[in-house]
Design a protein. Structure first.
Length: 277
């Protein structure tokens, strides 16, 4: 056999009949395994098993298992942020999909009490996938280009909201917000905190401070703000609400420049300025 003929046979290595059309053969190519059935532009098959899925590179044994059994063995795949997870590839509705071994979090769904499952793309109540007892709770792995940690997910499930999270991006702008479970049971980003005690406007979270939305209103120009860090103490959302409502926070812990801790309160004076008391 000539070298040219040998090369052609290697390039056209068949691993079995196409499971989608049943007419062509699955051939190995540069990107994976593709059905070779083509009669004309209207009568053809484009089914493909790609060589790589979520960081895992398939071997021929995996491709054969997919076309013959409709599923591979379990393997280790990787999320977009590099986190490993165990799953298998399955053939479903003529497409290759990931079927992950879902991990269950320790916290329960605040809506229905169901178990919260870690999926390939995020975290969901087990009843999110049910039609009759559907629960809307689903938290994606990323909001506005920022990855969400499991600790942050557990916090929003337990408390109903997180503290302020930095590093979100939208329309070329970096902003801060917090995750919150809304009245309809969904998890969303929000930046609204409470009413401004000075002008009645809306207080929003910012990168460095809680600020009044009427700051840019030419008719009001409200300059009320609460710095997010006051003498080494990170002001929580609940503390900001209490301060605006009662003009004083509960006792908190401050730090001097040399790290010495001391107790005190954050208070509003008669001019709506932040003081320590």
């Amino acid at each position: 056999m000539s070298q040219n003929k040998l090369t052609v046979e290697v390039q056209l290595h068949r691993i079995g009949k196409c499971p989608v059309c049943g007419k062509g053969q699955m051939l190995k190519g540069s990107a994976g395994w593709t059905c070779d059935y083509f009669k004309n532009l209207q009568d053809k098959c484009i089914f493909t098993i790609f060589e790589t899925y979520s960081g895992y590179t398939l071997c021929e044994e995996d491709a054969v298992a997919l076309i013959k059994d409709g599923r591979t063995m379990k393997h280790t795949f990787y999320t977009s942020d590099g986190k490993p997870f165990v799953a298998r590839l399955i053939l479903e509705k003529n497409k290759v999909k990931l079927q992950s071994e879902n991990r269950i979090l320790k916290v329960r769904c605040p809506n229905c009490g169901g178990r919260v499952i870690e999926t390939q793309k995020g975290y969901a109540c087990e009843n999110f996938f049910q039609e009759e007892s559907h629960c809307p709770l689903y938290i994606p792995r990323a909001f506005c280009e920022r990855m969400i940690t499991e600790e942050e997910v557990c916090t929003v499930l337990e408390k109903g909201h997180t503290e302020i999270l930095d590093g979100f991006r939208a329309q070329g702008r970096t902003f801060s917000a917090y995750m919150v479970i809304k009245a309809d049971g969904t998890c969303k980003l929000d930046s609204a905190v409470c009413k401004c005690p000075k002008c009645g406007g809306q207080i929003y979270t910012g990168i460095k401070a809680y600020t009044c939305g009427n700051y840019s209103n030419p008719d009001i120009k409200c300059n009320f703000m609460i710095w997010r860090n006051v003498s080494g103490h990170e002001v929580t959302i609940d503390e900001a609400k209490i301060l605006c409502r009662e003009k004083a926070t509960p006792v908190v812990t401050f730090k001097t420049v040399d790290g010495v801790e001391y107790a005190g309160r954050i208070v509003l004076d008669s001019q709506w300025k932040i003081k320590k008391g």
